[in-house]
Design a protein around this ligand. Structure first.
Ligand SMILES: Cc1ncc(C[n+]2csc(CCOP(=O)(O)OP(=O)(O)O)c2C)c(N)n1
Ligand code: SF4
Ligand SMILES: [Mg+2]
Length: 252
Protein backbone atom coordinates (compact mmCIF):
# COMPACT_ATOMS: atom_id res chain seq x y z
CA UNK A 1 0.00 0.00 0.00
CA UNK A 2 1.33 3.45 -0.89
CA UNK A 3 2.45 5.45 2.13
CA UNK A 4 0.12 8.36 2.89
CA UNK A 5 1.82 11.63 2.03
CA UNK A 6 2.14 14.19 4.83
CA UNK A 7 1.22 17.75 3.88
CA UNK A 8 3.77 20.37 4.94
CA UNK A 9 1.98 23.68 5.10
CA UNK A 10 3.72 26.77 6.43
CA UNK A 11 0.39 28.18 7.60
CA UNK A 12 -0.27 25.51 10.22
CA UNK A 13 2.02 24.81 13.16
CA UNK A 14 1.28 21.11 13.21
CA UNK A 15 1.89 18.93 10.15
CA UNK A 16 -1.40 17.76 8.65
CA UNK A 17 -2.29 14.18 9.50
CA UNK A 18 0.33 13.91 12.26
CA UNK A 19 -0.52 11.09 14.66
CA UNK A 20 1.35 10.85 17.97
CA UNK A 21 3.90 8.06 18.15
CA UNK A 22 4.63 8.75 21.82
CA UNK A 23 3.45 6.36 24.55
CA UNK A 24 -0.09 6.89 25.87
CA UNK A 25 -0.08 9.60 28.52
CA UNK A 26 3.26 11.06 27.41
CA UNK A 27 3.28 14.85 27.37
CA UNK A 28 5.84 15.19 24.58
CA UNK A 29 2.93 15.14 22.09
CA UNK A 30 1.04 17.96 23.84
CA UNK A 31 4.20 20.07 24.02
CA UNK A 32 4.84 19.71 20.30
CA UNK A 33 1.31 20.87 19.56
CA UNK A 34 1.85 23.93 21.77
CA UNK A 35 5.14 24.81 20.07
CA UNK A 36 3.48 24.67 16.65
CA UNK A 37 0.54 26.74 17.84
CA UNK A 38 2.75 29.38 19.48
CA UNK A 39 4.80 29.87 16.31
CA UNK A 40 1.61 29.93 14.24
CA UNK A 41 0.11 32.61 16.52
CA UNK A 42 3.22 34.74 16.00
CA UNK A 43 3.11 34.26 12.23
CA UNK A 44 6.67 32.91 12.25
CA UNK A 45 6.35 29.38 10.92
CA UNK A 46 8.50 30.25 7.92
CA UNK A 47 11.33 31.22 10.32
CA UNK A 48 10.97 28.41 12.84
CA UNK A 49 14.00 26.14 13.28
CA UNK A 50 14.16 23.23 15.68
CA UNK A 51 17.40 21.89 17.11
CA UNK A 52 16.61 18.54 18.52
CA UNK A 53 18.39 16.77 21.33
CA UNK A 54 18.63 12.99 21.53
CA UNK A 55 15.92 11.10 23.38
CA UNK A 56 12.19 10.62 22.94
CA UNK A 57 12.15 14.20 21.67
CA UNK A 58 13.53 12.77 18.43
CA UNK A 59 10.03 11.78 17.38
CA UNK A 60 9.09 15.47 17.36
CA UNK A 61 10.41 15.91 13.84
CA UNK A 62 7.18 14.38 12.53
CA UNK A 63 4.81 16.94 14.07
CA UNK A 64 5.92 20.57 14.07
CA UNK A 65 6.12 22.62 10.87
CA UNK A 66 9.71 23.91 10.91
CA UNK A 67 13.18 23.41 9.57
CA UNK A 68 15.23 21.19 11.78
CA UNK A 69 18.51 19.57 12.61
CA UNK A 70 19.41 16.95 15.18
CA UNK A 71 22.36 17.71 17.43
CA UNK A 72 24.64 15.08 18.90
CA UNK A 73 23.46 14.09 22.39
CA UNK A 74 23.70 17.13 24.67
CA UNK A 75 24.99 19.56 22.05
CA UNK A 76 21.73 21.26 21.07
CA UNK A 77 22.59 24.60 22.70
CA UNK A 78 25.94 24.72 20.91
CA UNK A 79 24.33 23.91 17.56
CA UNK A 80 21.55 26.46 18.16
CA UNK A 81 24.20 29.07 18.94
CA UNK A 82 25.81 28.55 15.55
CA UNK A 83 22.53 28.61 13.63
CA UNK A 84 21.20 31.70 15.41
CA UNK A 85 24.43 33.66 15.02
CA UNK A 86 24.62 32.86 11.31
CA UNK A 87 20.89 33.31 10.72
CA UNK A 88 19.71 35.91 13.23
CA UNK A 89 16.24 36.26 11.66
CA UNK A 90 15.34 32.65 12.39
CA UNK A 91 13.23 31.66 15.38
CA UNK A 92 15.22 28.88 17.01
CA UNK A 93 14.25 26.46 19.70
CA UNK A 94 16.11 23.53 21.14
CA UNK A 95 14.01 20.61 22.34
CA UNK A 96 15.79 18.59 25.01
CA UNK A 97 15.12 16.03 27.70
CA UNK A 98 16.67 16.05 31.17
CA UNK A 99 19.31 13.52 30.21
CA UNK A 100 20.24 15.55 27.15
CA UNK A 101 20.17 19.02 28.73
CA UNK A 102 21.25 18.44 32.32
CA UNK A 103 23.62 15.44 32.08
CA UNK A 104 25.70 15.08 28.93
CA UNK A 105 24.76 18.60 27.76
CA UNK A 106 25.17 20.49 31.02
CA UNK A 107 28.24 22.44 29.87
CA UNK A 108 26.60 23.49 26.59
CA UNK A 109 23.40 24.54 28.39
CA UNK A 110 25.20 26.55 31.07
CA UNK A 111 27.55 28.19 28.59
CA UNK A 112 24.79 29.24 26.17
CA UNK A 113 22.71 30.61 29.05
CA UNK A 114 25.73 32.44 30.45
CA UNK A 115 26.41 34.04 27.08
CA UNK A 116 22.76 35.06 26.82
CA UNK A 117 22.39 33.44 23.41
CA UNK A 118 19.22 34.63 21.73
CA UNK A 119 17.23 31.41 21.37
CA UNK A 120 14.63 29.41 23.26
CA UNK A 121 15.22 26.18 25.12
CA UNK A 122 12.29 23.82 25.59
CA UNK A 123 13.40 21.51 28.40
CA UNK A 124 11.28 18.42 29.05
CA UNK A 125 11.99 17.17 32.58
CA UNK A 126 10.47 13.73 33.13
CA UNK A 127 13.01 12.70 35.76
CA UNK A 128 14.42 9.79 33.75
CA UNK A 129 16.12 8.73 30.54
CA UNK A 130 12.94 7.78 28.70
CA UNK A 131 14.10 6.61 25.31
CA UNK A 132 16.86 4.30 26.48
CA UNK A 133 14.73 2.45 29.03
CA UNK A 134 14.70 4.31 32.33
CA UNK A 135 18.23 5.10 33.47
CA UNK A 136 18.73 7.67 36.24
CA UNK A 137 18.83 11.29 35.12
CA UNK A 138 20.20 14.31 37.04
CA UNK A 139 16.56 15.15 37.80
CA UNK A 140 15.57 11.70 39.14
CA UNK A 141 14.02 12.13 42.58
CA UNK A 142 15.62 10.73 45.75
CA UNK A 143 14.17 7.28 46.30
CA UNK A 144 12.89 7.02 42.73
CA UNK A 145 13.85 3.78 41.01
CA UNK A 146 15.75 3.67 37.75
CA UNK A 147 17.44 0.82 35.91
CA UNK A 148 20.79 2.25 37.05
CA UNK A 149 19.50 2.79 40.60
CA UNK A 150 17.33 -0.28 41.21
CA UNK A 151 17.07 0.45 44.94
CA UNK A 152 16.12 4.05 44.23
CA UNK A 153 18.30 7.16 43.99
CA UNK A 154 20.44 7.69 47.07
CA UNK A 155 21.97 11.08 47.82
CA UNK A 156 25.20 9.61 49.23
CA UNK A 157 25.77 7.50 46.13
CA UNK A 158 24.16 9.49 43.30
CA UNK A 159 23.90 13.07 44.51
CA UNK A 160 20.79 15.19 44.64
CA UNK A 161 18.19 16.10 42.00
CA UNK A 162 19.30 19.07 39.91
CA UNK A 163 17.05 22.09 39.50
CA UNK A 164 17.86 23.70 36.19
CA UNK A 165 15.67 26.81 36.44
CA UNK A 166 17.18 27.58 39.85
CA UNK A 167 20.73 26.89 38.63
CA UNK A 168 20.40 29.07 35.51
CA UNK A 169 18.78 31.74 37.65
CA UNK A 170 22.20 32.21 39.32
CA UNK A 171 23.56 33.54 36.01
CA UNK A 172 23.25 37.18 35.00
CA UNK A 173 22.39 36.81 31.32
CA UNK A 174 19.21 34.69 31.01
CA UNK A 175 16.14 36.78 30.21
CA UNK A 176 13.29 34.41 30.95
CA UNK A 177 13.10 31.13 32.91
CA UNK A 178 9.78 29.48 33.72
CA UNK A 179 8.78 26.02 34.94
CA UNK A 180 5.40 24.73 33.81
CA UNK A 181 3.55 21.46 33.28
CA UNK A 182 0.78 19.97 31.13
CA UNK A 183 -1.21 17.95 33.68
CA UNK A 184 -4.41 20.04 33.53
CA UNK A 185 -6.06 22.17 30.84
CA UNK A 186 -5.07 25.28 32.83
CA UNK A 187 -1.44 24.20 32.93
CA UNK A 188 -1.50 23.37 29.22
CA UNK A 189 -2.61 26.95 28.56
CA UNK A 190 0.14 28.26 30.86
CA UNK A 191 2.70 26.19 28.94
CA UNK A 192 1.42 27.51 25.63
CA UNK A 193 1.68 31.08 26.93
CA UNK A 194 5.17 30.48 28.31
CA UNK A 195 6.43 29.12 24.98
CA UNK A 196 4.83 32.01 23.12
CA UNK A 197 6.36 34.54 25.52
CA UNK A 198 9.80 32.97 25.12
CA UNK A 199 9.47 33.09 21.33
CA UNK A 200 8.31 36.71 21.51
CA UNK A 201 11.33 37.67 23.62
CA UNK A 202 13.60 35.97 21.11
CA UNK A 203 12.00 37.90 18.24
CA UNK A 204 12.68 41.09 20.23
CA UNK A 205 16.35 40.06 20.61
CA UNK A 206 16.24 39.73 24.40
CA UNK A 207 18.49 36.70 24.71
CA UNK A 208 18.33 33.33 26.41
CA UNK A 209 15.01 31.85 27.54
CA UNK A 210 14.18 28.42 28.91
CA UNK A 211 10.75 26.90 29.43
CA UNK A 212 11.09 23.80 31.62
CA UNK A 213 8.10 21.48 31.37
CA UNK A 214 7.81 18.97 34.20
CA UNK A 215 6.21 15.87 32.73
CA UNK A 216 5.51 12.21 33.31
CA UNK A 217 7.02 9.16 31.64
CA UNK A 218 4.39 6.52 32.44
CA UNK A 219 6.32 3.83 30.57
CA UNK A 220 9.56 4.11 32.52
CA UNK A 221 7.98 5.16 35.78
CA UNK A 222 6.06 1.87 35.55
CA UNK A 223 2.77 3.63 36.28
CA UNK A 224 -0.56 3.93 34.52
CA UNK A 225 -1.31 7.24 32.88
CA UNK A 226 -3.53 8.34 35.76
CA UNK A 227 -1.16 7.14 38.49
CA UNK A 228 1.69 8.93 36.75
CA UNK A 229 -0.29 12.18 37.01
CA UNK A 230 -0.65 11.62 40.77
CA UNK A 231 3.10 11.00 41.05
CA UNK A 232 3.78 14.11 38.99
CA UNK A 233 1.67 16.30 41.25
CA UNK A 234 2.64 14.72 44.59
CA UNK A 235 6.35 14.19 44.05
CA UNK A 236 7.68 15.99 40.98
CA UNK A 237 5.99 19.34 41.65
CA UNK A 238 7.24 19.23 45.26
CA UNK A 239 10.84 18.87 44.10
CA UNK A 240 10.36 21.11 41.05
CA UNK A 241 7.92 23.89 41.96
CA UNK A 242 6.14 25.42 39.00
CA UNK A 243 6.43 29.15 38.43
CA UNK A 244 8.37 32.00 36.90
CA UNK A 245 12.00 32.04 38.04
CA UNK A 246 13.16 34.99 35.93
CA UNK A 247 11.28 37.36 33.67
CA UNK A 248 13.28 40.47 32.89
CA UNK A 249 10.46 41.67 30.62
CA UNK A 250 8.06 41.80 33.56
CA UNK A 251 10.51 43.74 35.75
CA UNK A 252 10.22 46.89 33.63
C1 LIG B 1 26.90 10.19 23.12
C2 LIG B 1 25.66 9.39 23.43
N1 LIG B 1 25.57 8.78 24.64
C3 LIG B 1 24.45 8.07 24.96
C4 LIG B 1 23.43 7.97 24.04
C5 LIG B 1 22.21 7.14 24.39
N2 LIG B 1 21.05 7.95 24.71
C6 LIG B 1 20.11 8.24 23.78
S1 LIG B 1 18.84 9.12 24.40
C7 LIG B 1 19.54 9.12 25.95
C8 LIG B 1 18.88 9.75 27.13
C9 LIG B 1 17.58 10.42 26.80
O1 LIG B 1 16.97 10.87 27.97
P1 LIG B 1 16.35 12.32 28.06
O2 LIG B 1 17.26 13.33 27.49
O3 LIG B 1 15.90 12.55 29.46
O4 LIG B 1 15.09 12.24 27.05
P2 LIG B 1 13.70 11.44 27.21
O5 LIG B 1 13.84 10.24 26.35
O6 LIG B 1 13.47 11.14 28.64
O7 LIG B 1 12.66 12.39 26.66
C10 LIG B 1 20.75 8.44 25.96
C11 LIG B 1 21.60 8.25 27.16
C12 LIG B 1 23.56 8.63 22.79
N3 LIG B 1 22.58 8.60 21.87
N4 LIG B 1 24.67 9.34 22.52
S1 SF4 C 1 9.31 6.40 27.01
FE1 SF4 C 1 8.49 8.01 28.37
S2 SF4 C 1 9.21 9.99 27.48
FE2 SF4 C 1 9.42 8.37 25.90
S3 SF4 C 1 7.52 8.46 24.68
FE3 SF4 C 1 7.23 6.89 26.27
S4 SF4 C 1 6.28 7.97 28.03
FE4 SF4 C 1 7.16 9.53 26.62
MG1 LIG D 1 13.99 12.39 30.29
Amino acid sequence: MAEEKKVYSRTKGIIDGAVSGFCPGCMHSTIHKLIGEAAEDLGKLDKLVRVEGVGCCGLGQFYVTCDETIAAHGRACAVATGIKRSSPDSLIYTYQGDGDLAAIGLAETMSAANRGENFTVIFVNNGIYGMTGGQMAPTTLLGMKATTAPQGRKAEEHGYPMHMCEILNQLTAPYYLERVSCDTPQNVIKTRNAIKKAFQYQLEGKGFSMVEIVTSCPTNWGLSTLDSLDFLRDKMFTEYPLGVYRDKGAEK
